[in-house]
Structure formats: C-alpha cells, structure tokens
Write a protein that binds this ligand. Structure first.
Ligand code: F3S
Length: 757
C-alpha cells in the first residue's frame, strides 16, 4: 500500500521551481490552489497566466483513485489502451457494492457472494496493470486515500465526486468521469477549466458541541448547492489551523455539495500530526522542507479580497451546531427550538427513527470517539436509546483501532449496528425496508454528505437531516429532531432529569493506529502473466471490443433515431438506479440508452419510430434494429444536451448501438468531449432553428464528411419523407487530434496504435 516517497519528493522539488515561475508570469502573489495547479501543468513551465473560469488547461495529476462502481468501465476501457501498466499510481477501492443490513460480518459475506465476479474482475485487472487493490471491507475510498495516499501540495483525480475529501490533507483532489481517469492512466494529460477561487477565512475556534461538520453546513447555507460551481474553495485563517486534519477532510468532502471543483487547506501542524500518526513521517519531513509552497503567499491571506474571486468569513467561536435538510444539504436549521418551528410548519416528522454515523464524510477516529463520548454518557446516566443507531467506520484501520480502544463497544452497548467499513446507507445500499417505495414518512439524522430523497434507504418519504457525528448521536439517543443537547434535559430510566455534558474525544488515537489486515493487495511487479477474470456469460461484466471507425459512406442514408425534446441529461441518456448493476457490461447497460429522453414526436419517453418497418418501439431496440440492418442512426437534441454527470456510458451506449452523430443546439462540455473520445460526431446546429426542420422520418446525408477538418463547418442534407430536402450547416469543436480519434474509431484506439508503434 506504500505511497511513493520519491514521487512526492519529486513533486516538491518541481514545486519550488514552478511556483517561482508561475508567480513571475502571473505577476502577483499566489494562492495555495494556484501553486498546486501551476506546479502540475502537463507542459511543465506555465506559458501564460491562465484566466480563471475561462481557459482550459492540461494537467498532470499525481494519483488516481477509483471506487468499485465506476472502476469497472474505466478499467475495461483501460484494457483497450494496450498499455502494460498504468502511467500514474492508481488504486481501486471496493466500497459501494456492499449492502448494510444485518451487520458487518454477515453483510460483507453476502456482498462477497453477490458481487464476487465484479470484485474478482477488479482484483485481477488491478493485479495485471499495477493498480493497488483495496478489498471489500478495507474501507471507504476517501478515508483510505486520506490515511494512505493524500499528501500536501499534491494533485489527484478520482472516479467519485467526493474525491475532494483529500483536500483535508492539502491536496487539489477532483472527482472525474471514468474516461478522464483512463486518459491519465494511459499517460495522457487531464484537461480542466482553470477554476475560479473562493476564499473562506475562518477565525476563532470551535468548541463545545460545534464540530468541523458545522463549518461546511454553514458554508452550504451561505453558498447553496450551486455556489461553488467551477471554483476551488480555499480555507485559511487561524480557525483553519485550529481544526484537525480529518475535520478539514470533512469540510472538503462536502465541498461537493456546494458544487465546488474541490476544496483545500494550507499545510499546517494538524496535517503534520496526521501524517506522522498514519506512519508517513517521511512525507511530513519532506513537506516541512517546502512549507512556504504548501500554503498561499502571505499577502494573499492578508488581503484575500484582492486575490480570490469571492471571500467568505466565518467566526468559529460564534458557530453553533446545525442540522441541514431534509432533501437538500444546504437547508440549514440551528439545532433546537428553531427546528421545532420549522419542522412543525413543514410537517417534518419530529420523531427520529435512526441515527447513522460514518460515510466517507465523518468516519475518522476523532468522529467516532466524540460520538462515543455521548453514547457513554447515555449509558452512565441511564438514558434509554429512543432511535436506532448505525455506524459505518471509514476504514479497517479506524475500525480496528476504535474496537481496540473500546469505542465500538460503547456503541454496541446501545445496541447500535456496526456495519461494514463501506458506503452502505450513504448510497442506498441500506436494506431498511422490504418495499421502500411504500414505506412510511419518517425522519433520520446522519453524519453523511448527501440527503436527497431516497438516497439512504430508497424511501421517498424518509426526511434525512445532516449533522455532526456528536449531534447525530445525541439526537438519536433523544429520539427528537428538535432536541438541543446544550439546553434540553432528558428523563432517565429512574425518572430523573439529566443532561448531556459536552462531547469529548481524541483527534488521533492516544495509543496510535493499529490494524491486523488493512485489506490491501499490492499488484504483481510484472502483471504480464495475469489473466483478467471475466466470465463470457456474465451479465454484469463484458470485455470491450474496440469501436470500429465510422465510415464516410455510412453517413449517407443515416436515419433519425430520436429527436430529444427539452432537457436531456446524462440520466436521461443512461439512467442510474437499478441500471448501476450493469455498469461493467456495455451491451446490457445499453438497454437503457436514451430511455429517459422525451421524443419530440409524440412527447413520450422510449417510444420512437423505426423507419425501416414503420413500427414504434423503444429507443435501444430501434437502434439495434438499424444497426442489424447496417444503417447508421442519428440523435438530435436541444440545449445543454448531456448535462449532469460525467459518466462515459452516456456516450459509449449510443456508440455501441450504432449512432454515428449527435446533433444538438448546444452541449454540456464534458459530454461533448466524451462523444469525441468514443469516436462519434458531436455537432451543433449552426442555426439553432434548424432543430425545428428535423422530422420523424428524416434521413441524413453528410455531404462533405470526407473533408472533416478543424474550424470547418460540415454540411448535412436532411431528406424528409416526402422527398423534400433541407441542407443545413453544423458546427463542431474538434481539433486535429480529436478528428484523429474520430477517424480511428476512438481515442483509445489512437493510444493503442501509438503504444504499439
Ligand atoms: Fe461512499 Fe457515500 Fe462517500 S457513497 S464514497 S460514503 S459519499
């Protein structure tokens, strides 16, 4: 599991030089975020000062992390690249595919049976290509990364939106789609729009019942779920230094909930303590040598308004515990009587049925120890537990250490369920109900990050509120959503009035971390002899075949598959939910292709005309019929087509089903890039109103596709059922290299050829 200290020392050696160069080019003092970004440029030395929120820049990340749900398609694609090993240190973490039901032992056993083929595939493919593999039960990706791989000043990408958690250890860590991760694994650059910068100045210190979680709950209240979009949030100030490293991780983790590209903190003593406690003293020593580069230049924090695009100030001494929710993480309410009022007026159930502590957001030793101090008081003061309690430790190292120190035993005395060190209830993997859709209205409180409807248990009537672990414990014990542990009394089993004292805990385990089997499997030094395990009859996994180039002649006589009406997000193109099961099987998951898109003709979903037969049917079936007949198909769409997630399935599925081109009014940029990477045409109407010309029985002839070139419009002849024609112009943003991807069938085909030559 070892991190590569030489690689990290190399990053620091470069940093010293590149930060100076960047400062000269930018012509002013630099924020920490800029130092990390400029020292990770793909081309090394910066060519110019990049414009925030505008310029697209190529970066060279230091690490990649993938979780089990997203790693499947990413690694199936990587196998296509023809590389013997990943170009950048990479790890795979099995944490999403484990259900929480009976408790860790039984649940892990069950997951190891039901998802055996997926885990076996991920283990074998990791072993073959030099990827570190964390077994089911080893922990949640972001906690494991923080404990083992994150380092101050580093840049990483991960195929999960909460990759941003590693900002707690001073990284710029960003969640990406699988296709982006594959590029970096294959040795290519990673492109990102140079982010805007939001500075959050923290003054004062947290104390009593207030926790780092309340900082991000407050930031979410201020910025809302969209306020961080396209920006890095950089925390600084004396208050920032007073927070523990894992507390900083919690704050950065939930930066995803405000839409931020990522969040980060400057290197400080809390990070040094955490590095030394997690057996990485050599990183702490190396970081100490370059301390000045691992935080902003002093002028920046002295006059933040001059250097950040937006500045927020929060006095931690005045911050009080918050409960955010339900159904959105930015709806803040102060713990206590404010909640009585709000819950009553909105008819949120005041009785709390469950408290859940853990997830990648709040599952550190400190989190568990502080929550357990409340649980211990309930035992000592004879307070009967009113709600049920569930705990998901973040990693086997945290679980083992917390068990050794009696922390888990305290929860167990309150009949808490200790679930697997995995995502569990945070991602709907909670077998709480047999029929969640018809389950009753109820409230739960958890220390996770997301609380959208159905997220935890599949019940649309579950009102989930987000709070710190200590507040979650207190509310679960009291059983009331509006319980204020700072002022309210509870009646104990003897009928006496009792109150909780303030929570206490340890930032780090006093006796140090310990673990017997962390759950890590190092890859073979030479994986060339390892065979990747995929059963030929598997319904969940399928080895990919390289996409064949779309021939110019096949673009004469192409048929309209669907003209999507209105919003068409990646969820409309490739739904999630039950389809998650097929994320590693392109042919099976293609049966959800565009089934959520509204057909402009008839305004129904998944109902389109097959022009070859005149019959109406589902989109995937119709696409398959065209493909079987050797006829290419075309998708037409409206504005911002493909917005939403960066999942590459939304491009791979139509490509697999024979779609040659997607012509829209405008694209969400990541989806447009994904189409290019899969060797398809992603085009926009030169005249948006030409969208209205497209009719249900249209045939498309790409008249000048043979002259496809950068900055040159293409001409498409649209032939209608009555034989009349419209000749329209379409725009594209392909550069020469991307046209090469199209001509060779996909970006991966190009990498493979280059690798072979
Ligand atoms: Fe897992 Fe939930 Fe985090 S799904 S990675 S614990 S956000």
């Amino acid at each position: 599991m070892a991190f590569d200290i030489d690689m990290i020392k190399g990053v620091y050696a470069n940093m010293a030089k590149r930060v100076d160069e960047a400062r000269n080019i930018v012509g002013k003092p630099l924020t920490l975020s800029e130092k990390i970004l400029y020292s990770h440029l793909w081309d090394g030395t910066p060519s110019k000062a990049f414009t925030r929120g505008k310029d697209y820049v190529d970066f060279a990340p230091d690490r990649i992390a993938c979780q089990d749900a997203t790693a499947q398609m990413a690694l199936l694609q990587f196998m296509q690249a023809g590389k013997p090993k990943v170009a950048v240190p990479t790890t795979v973490h099995c944490d999403h595919l484990i259900q929480a039901k009976s408790g860790a032992t039984a649940d892990l056993k069950s997951a190891n049976t039901t998802s055996a083929e997926v885990f076996d595939f991920l283990e074998s493919v990791s072993n073959k290509y030099g990827i570190g593999f964390w077994k089911p039960g080893a922990g949640i990706i972001h906690q494991v990364v923080l404990e083992n791989y994150a380092f101050p000043g580093g840049m990483m990408i991960g195929t999960d939106s909460h990759t941003v958690n590693a900002g707690g250890l001073g990284m710029v860590a960003i969640g990406v789609g699988g296709a982006d991760a594959v590029d970096v694994m294959a040795g290519m650059a990673w492109e990102l729009k140079f982010p805007k910068l939001i500075g959050v100045k923290l003054t004062g210190t947290i104390s009593g019942w207030t926790a780092p979680k309340d900082v991000i709950l407050k930031v979410a209240e201020i910025l809302t779920v969209k306020g961080g979009t396209g920006a890095i949030v950089e925390y600084f100030g004396s208050g920032a230094k007073s927070l523990s490293c894992t507390g900083k991780g919690t704050i950065c983790n939930m930066g995803a909930e405000i839409g931020a590209t990522t969040s980060t903190f400057g290197y400080d003593e809390s990070m040094e303590r955490y590095l030394r406690a997690t057996d990485r003293a050599d990183i702490a020593d190396a970081a100490n040598q370059v301390k000045e580069h691992l935080t902003a230049d002093p002028e920046v924090y002295a006059n933040p308004e001059q250097y950040f695009d937006e500045v927020i100030e929060i006095n931690l001494s005045e911050l009080t515990p918050l409960l955010n929710g339900p159904f959105t993480p930015d709806l803040s309410t102060k713990v206590g009587s404010d909640m009585t009022e709000k819950a009553t007026s909105h008819e949120w159930p005041l009785a709390v049925e469950w408290g859940l502590i853990g997830s990648c957001t709040n599952s550190s030793y400190e989190d568990l120890s502080r929550a357990s101090s409340i649980a211990q008081q309930a035992i000592d003061k004879g307070i009967k537990m009113k709600a049920e309690l569930g705990i998901n430790p973040g990693s086997e190292q945290v679980r083992y250490t917390a068990a050794r120190d009696g922390i888990l035993g305290i929860f167990e005395k309150l009949d808490a369920k200790i679930f697997t060190n995995a995502c569990g209830p945070c991602i709907g993997q909670w077998a709480r109900y047999s029929d969640p859709k018809n389950a009753p209205k109820n409230s739960i409180v958890h220390s996770f990050n997301r609380n959208f409807a159905k997220r935890a248990d599949g019940n649309p009537n579950t009102h989930a509120f987000v709070a710190s672990p200590e507040i979650t414990a207190a509310i679960a014990i009291s059983g009331r959503l509006d319980f204020n542990p700072m002022t309210d009394k509870l009646i104990n089993e003897k009928g006496e009035e009792v109150m909780f004292d303030e929570p206490t805990g340890w930032e780090l385990p006093p006796k140090g971390f310990e673990v017997e089997d962390a759950g890590y499997l190092a890859p073979d030094a030479d994986g060339s002899g390892v065979s990747v395990k995929v059963a030929t009859d598997s319904e969940r996994l399928q080895l990919l075949e390289p996409f064949t180039p779309i021939k110019d002649e096949s673009l004469t006589g192409a048929k309209l598959l669907i003209k999507a009406f209105g919003k068409c997000t990646t969820d409309h193109i490739s739904m999630a939910g039950p389809w998650l099961r097929f994320r590693g099987h392109l042919d099976n998951i293609s049966n959800n292709c565009l089934i959520g898109a509204v057909n402009a003709f008839g305004h129904k979903t998944n109902m389109v005309k097959n022009q070859l037969t005149g019959e109406f049917g589902g989109v995937p079936d119709t696409a398959r019929a065209y493909k079987a007949a050797g006829v290419r198909s075309i998708v037409v769409g409206d504005h911002n087509y493909g917005e939403g997630s960066s999942r590459e399935h939304a491009a791979m599925e139509p490509r697999h089903l024979g779609v040659a081109a997607v012509i829209v009014k405008s694209f969400a940029r990541i989806h447009e890039t994904n189409l290019k990477k899969q060797g398809m045409l992603g085009l926009t109407f030169a005249n948006e109103s030409d969208y209205d010309l497209i009719q249900e029985d249209d045939t498309f002839n790409f008249i000048d596709i043979a002259e496809f070139a950068p900055d040159k419009q293409l001409t498409v002849e649209v032939v209608h059922a009555d034989g009349s024609k419209d000749v329209i112009k379409v725009n594209h943003t392909y550069n020469a290299a991307q046209i090469g991807w199209y001509r060779e069938g996909s970006a991966l085909n190009v990498i493979k050829r280059e690798n072979a030559s």
